[in-house]
Design a protein around this ligand. Structure first.
Ligand SMILES: NC(=O)c1ccc[n+]([C@@H]2O[C@H](COP(=O)([O-])OP(=O)(O)OC[C@H]3O[C@@H](n4cnc5c(N)ncnc54)[C@H](O)[C@@H]3O)[C@@H](O)[C@H]2O)c1
Length: 298
């Protein structure tokens, strides 16, 4: 089978100065993509800035014969996010691939979480993913009629995790936006999928369990690289990847209990049927979920 390559493609990867983003960038660049290495270069809590994180990855790519350019803007505001995409347009004339990966943590139990801790995490993950995609969308949708986007969520968002109200809200918001963009981009060959990664990086150094040693970022990158390839077979889907395991995650709906004259007591008396996962479906849109009523109503 032929090797999957990205010759002629331009990729923007946010937060690619460290960890997972760096791994994604090295792989795409090694297979022919021209890459924008965006990184604010701050600490894990989002404070501080430095050019060295992005510069080091650019140098690494160039040393191996690849093409890359650095950008040091924050993803978190409309203007700075637009500047990240402008870097791709100025250097390479287009943007085919966008991997929204930049992230910070401000973990705190809900009881103790401050407004500042809430907002900082929402701004980088949720607002940042939205503004960078909005800037790229203009080119993908209007000019190229082509785009491949992977947005980074987290199992903490999809399934919940102690002390991560802000992070979970942002990460599940990213899932919602991605579903909408998958639908809106479908006619223009824009595919939008979501990654829930697990890897040993500075963000998770102290958090991973017994398999930490094998949880290399390089084991997350293959599914990401496939989803941003021209051949990508899906849109609007979520994938978990960690330590060599790759699997689809989905949001499903049970067929449920139906009664045209539903009462409170009906709900109590039929709760098992309401929760019965036999014959569940995975709706691809809100309309499809609504269609389940038609199905059970006959
Ligand atoms: N590592 C894991 O197990 C794991 C699990 C679930 C989700 N994630 C997600 O994966 C992504 C990458 O995380 P990682 O583990 O590689 O962490 P990391 O800290 O190594 O990398 C994140 C990068 O984002 C950059 N960044 C932060 N704020 C930015 C901003 N405003 N603008 C531009 N760049 C910014 C940082 O400088 C850093 O280089 C994040 O979105 C994270 O939430 C990671």
């Amino acid at each position: 089978m032929a090797e999957l390559r990205y010759d002629g493609k331009v990729a923007v990867i946010t937060g690619s100065g460290h960890g997972l983003g760096r791994s994604h960038a090295l792989t795409l660049a090694s297979r022919g993509a021209k890459v924008v290495i965006n990184d604010l270069g701050g600490k894990m809590d989002g404070t501080g800035t430095s050019r060295s994180a992005a510069d080091e990855v650019v140098n690494e790519i160039k040393a191996k014969g690849g093409e890359a350019v650095a950008n040091y803007d924050s993803v978190a505001t409309e203007a700075s996010a637009a500047n990240i995409i402008k870097t791709a347009i100025d250097a390479y004339g287009r943007v085919d691939i966008l991997i929204n990966n930049a992230g910070i943590l401000r973990d705190k139990s809900f009881k103790n979480m401050t407004a500042e801790e809430w907002q900082a995490v929402i701004d980088v993950h949720l607002v940042g993913t939205m503004w960078v995609t909005k800037a790229a969308w203009k080119y993908m949708y209007d000019e190229q009629q082509y785009g491949r986007i992977v947005n980074t969520t987290s199992a903490a968002g999809v399934f919940g995790n102690f002390g991560q109200t802000n992070y979970a809200a942002a990460k599940m918001g990213i899932v919602g936006m991605s579903h909408v963009w998958a639908q809106e981009g479908a006619k223009r060959n824009i595919k939008v999928n979501v990654l829930a990664p697990g890897a040993r990086t500075r963000m998770t150094e102290d958090l991973l369990g017994p398999l930490a040693e094998q949880m290399h970022p390089e084991l997350v990158t293959p599914i990401v690289a496939y989803l941003v390839h021209e051949e990508c077979p899906v849109t609007g889907e979520i994938f978990s990847a960690a330590g060599g395991r790759v699997a689809r995650i989905f949001i499903g709906a049970c067929l449920g209990y139906y009664n045209k004259n539903l009462t409170l007591e009906d709900v109590r008396d039929n709760f098992a049927k309401i929760e019965d996962m036999t014959d569940f479906v995975v709706p691809r849109s809100a309309m499809e979920e609504m269609g389940l009523l038609m199905k059970v109503a006959g």
